[in-house]
Design a protein around this ligand. Structure first.
Ligand SMILES: *Cc1c(COP(=O)(O)O)cnc(C)c1O
Length: 817
């Protein structure tokens, strides 16, 4: 099945591609053009496997999971595709022969930044695991013209620059106009009585429509010949200024449909963990969901199934509430187009849809005003109304006379459509993404739903793919691991536990730390090139990279850096192990406090990095434009993994797992998947601090806590807070960080100040940081700890997560070629 790599043929193809694409010889081509040529050469193999896979799927007719997600944070494709084709080394060698460097070529590719952060990256890891494990699956999403903005730092401030990632074309995608679908918006619903069936027919009239055109992106399974599909939808106008519609006086409608098509896929909304209530966002959701549901039904019917048994061959996993309109859209198609009765349609729908919850943050829970929802999706809204009516009847039957239950659980209430409630009412499964998160859902956030339908609730702890985040991102460590325990870990990460045997081995420890050092040199070089800052690869690389959000508490980190700087200045004689604090984070464009935190980090960095008196003991670096491609390099080089969210707020985290896999112990709170990381690696191989999630939740229930007490009673805290407003870092501008200061303190104790418990956790964070330093001084102890983190990371592969989804939720059939 797998054809042997033919070096001569590959080189000839690359040369040929340069010629046909650019009318150039190889030595005249730019590196970007060579990237395209190499990608098209790789695509040749991929297309063969893709065809063969889809042929097998047609034959075997397995159940398909449609993973519906507003975001897929794919990163770069070329390197990963070569890795999964098991041709990376061969291609690298072939290119060397003609004087080309694969690393340089890979660097030409823009990241497909079709996601914000963790939620989108999870979807990408899941697709990798689904293909590797041999399950028929589609990623369903949107082909945004502009993905996540590019972040520039100017004068310490974040500037957002459009990310025109498709500028040079995407060599791996395939446009499939033959599978285009029509998606309708607005208008009104006309009811027509059909005397033959004695039933009402619902017909949408005077609507605007767009044509959804799919682009297929190959998802390559590791070494198994399987190629699955990420299908992202583009929008085109249905009527391309046709003369006849012009003549009919439909000129305005044609223009409007053009604009709708243009706008709908234009941008990815860059708000993470925050619901914005934008009309265009709801349009985007319905657009890709409707097209995906139509495509799923068309595929099912083409394979000759009875639509009443749709759920036997298809399941929809809703990645957060964003695609929840799939519930109503499936009902609409089953009833209006397939002619099923309500109860029949409801049975199919509730056996098809499953929902993953990603957050307990109140501001992230999607709800749409009825006015907006019903105007945009009139027929879908009728269906949601009927679902709600029946659901409220169920609540009443279960809790007679209990208005409170209806208020808390109804799908439509107070003029709003609550998407999470719809997803839970219609889903056959509701899962959280880490053990602690699922418990909080069951006992706090979704308690009423859990009590009414406990059987739906389950946990699926997130995971990451070791193919991208170790095999591709950290080739030195990957090679070393394989030399010691063989290569089974690539497709079975539980095998990585064999490394435990080497944890006390002096030679292994030295080799391991040497690889970490080389990765730090690689990152130091990147920092020198991008930031102009010299960092010492022998210093501790203490890293916090993730979206910027108050609950993730980058502010706690930088306040502690300010405290360390104070300490070093006060006690120049004190022994202090050199540290490099590395940050990387994009802030949502409209999130003022987050952007101020970026400015603070850069301002503090400027002062500290340019203070010769501290002898380079402290450095602070803010890496611009954090994204998957530079993340891979950053994880490989990290000594310390900062996972310091306010306990209870981080549903799982996946960055924490990537650090662990690359041998960086966690410095963190007992939050999200940190809890399970500590369970696996042992408390002695992590640095845990801070309030527990129960303590945080208790404070919140009792009206917050009093940060002023900490301010008054702790002079270290008082000092760094005063430095926010005394111009210490801001060239005497006492107002620059006033908002941050105010966010932490309030003269009266109130639940409005320091809602993320930064002051409450400051002391124990500082103490944990001291323990990090102590541990790092003992080289053997640190090497062992770091190695054990790698060795105990087996649970956190997305292969394990996906197998659990398959076994406990989706019940898919495994396919082999
Ligand atoms: C893994 C990843 C994330 C998620 O990080 P968390 O620390 O879990 O928030 C965000 N962005 C990128 C680029 C990632 O690779």
């Amino acid at each position: 099945m797998k054809k042997k790599f033919d070096k001569k043929k590959f080189i000839a193809e690359v040369k040929d591609n340069v010629k046909t694409l650019y009318r150039k010889n190889l030595d005249e081509a730019t590196q970007e053009q060579i990237f395209q040529a190499v990608s098209y050469a790789a695509k040749d193999t991929i297309i063969d496997n893709w065809l063969e896979t889809q042929e097998q799927y047609e034959k075997q007719n397995p159940k398909i999971v449609y993973y519906m997600s507003m975001e897929f944070l794919m990163g770069r494709a070329l390197g990963n595709n070569l890795i999964n084709l098991c041709e990376y080394d061969e291609v690298k060698e072939a290119l060397e022969e003609i004087g080309l460097d694969l690393n340089v070529i890979e660097d030409q590719e823009p990241d497909a930044a079709l996601g914000n952060g963790g939620l989108g990256r999870l979807a990408a890891c899941f697709l990798d695991s689904l293909a590797t494990l041999g399950y028929d699956s589609y990623g369903c999403g949107i082909r945004y013209r502009y993905g996540m903005f590019k972040q520039k730092i100017e004068n310490g401030y974040q500037i957002e620059v459009p990310d025109n990632w498709l500028k040079n074309g995407n060599p791996f995608e395939l446009r499939r106009p033959e599978y285009a679908k029509e998606v309708k918006f607005g208008g009104h619903v006309h009811v027509e009585y059909d005397p033959k069936t004695k039933e009402n027919k619902f017909i949408q009239r005077d609507y605007q429509s767009v044509r959804a055109v799919p682009y297929d992106i190959p998802i390559i399974g590791y070494g198994n010949g399987i190629v699955n599909t990420l299908r992202v939808w583009d929008a085109e106008a249905v009527s391309d200024f046709q003369l006849d519609s012009f003549n009919k006086g439909d000129y305005m409608k044609a223009v409007e449909e053009q604009n709708l098509a243009r706008n709908i896929v234009e941008v990815l909304y860059p708000a993470d963990e925050h619901y914005a209530g934008k009309e265009l966002r709801l349009k985007q959701q319905y657009f890709f969901v409707s097209a995906s549901v139509q495509a799923a039904i068309a595929k099912f019917k083409s394979r000759g199934g009875d639509i009443r048994k749709f759920y036997e061959k298809a399941t929809f996993q809703l990645n957060d509430t964003h695609p929840t309109v799939a519930v109503a859209e499936l009902m609409r198609i089953l009833i209006d187009e397939e002619g099923l009765g309500w109860d029949e349609a409801w049975e199919v729908t509730t056996k098809t849809c499953a929902y993953t919850n990603h957050t307990i943050m109140a501001e992230a829970l999607e709800k749409w005003p009825i006015e907006l929802f019903s105007r945009l999706l009139p027929r879908v809204y009728q269906i949601v109304e009927e679902i709600n009516r029946r659901f409220v009847e169920e609540i009443k039957a279960k809790y007679p006379g209990n208005q409170e239950k209806i208020r808390k659980m109804a799908i439509i209430y107070d003029g709003q459509v609550k998407m999470a409630h719809l997803a839970i009412a219609a889903g056959y499964s509701v899962n959280g993404v880490a053990a602690l998160h699922t418990e909080i859902l069951k006992n706090q956030e979704l308690k009423d739903f859990y009590e009414m339908m406990p059987e739906k609730f389950n946990n699926k702890t997130n995971g990451i793919t070791q193919r991208r985040f170790l095999l591709h991102g950290n080739p030195l460590l990957a090679k070393w691991v394989t030399e010691h325990i063989g290569d089974e870990w690539v497709t079975d990460l539980s095998k990585i536990s064999k490394l435990k045997l080497f944890a006390d081995d002096k030679k292994a420890q030295q080799e391991f730390m040497n690889i970490k050092y080389q990765n730090k040199v690689r990152l130091a070089k990147y920092i020198k090139e991008h930031n102009g800052i010299d960092v010492d690869p022998r210093s501790i690389f203490d890293v916090q990279v993730k979206r910027l959000h108050e609950y993730k508490r980058q502010l706690l980190n930088i306040l502690h850096v300010m405290h360390l700087y104070n300490t070093i200045k006060d006690h120049p004689e004190m022994k202090f192990y050199p540290r490099t604090f590395i940050f990387g984070a994009k802030a949502a464009a409209g999130y003022r406090r987050a952007k101020q935190t970026i400015k603070l980090i850069n301002t503090v960095a400027d002062v500290i990095n340019n203070d010769a008196s501290i002898g380079g003991k402290l450095k602070v670096v803010f890496i611009e434009d954090y994204r998957v491609s530079n993340a891979e390099m950053i994880f490989a080089a990290a000594d310390v993994s900062e996972q310091i969210s306010t306990a209870s707020k981080e549903a799982s985290g996946t960055g924490n797992m990537k650090f662990m896999l690359n041998g960086a112990p966690t410095l963190g709170t007992m939050d999200g998947a940190n809890v399970e990381i500590v369970q696996e690696v042992g408390e002695e191989n992590a640095f845990i601090f801070g309030l527990s999630s129960d303590e945080v939740i208790n404070y919140e229930k009792n009206g917050g806590y009093c940060p002023m007490d900490y301010f008054n009673n702790d002079q270290d805290i008082r000092r760094v807070l005063m430095q926010l407003i005394n111009g210490e870092y801001s060239g005497n501008d006492s107002e620059m960080f006033r908002d941050l200061y105010n966010s932490l303190l309030n003269t009266q104790c109130s639940d409005k100040a320091d809602t993320y418990f930064i002051l409450a956790d400051f002391k124990s964070y500082a103490e944990a940081q001291k323990k990090v330093e102590e541990a790092y001084r003992d080289e053997a102890r640190w090497a062992k700890m770091a190695m054990l983190n790698v060795a105990c990371s087996g649970k956190f592969t997305s292969d394990r997560t996906i197998q659990e989804y398959v076994d406990e939720i989706w019940k898919l059939d495994k396919v082999t070629l």
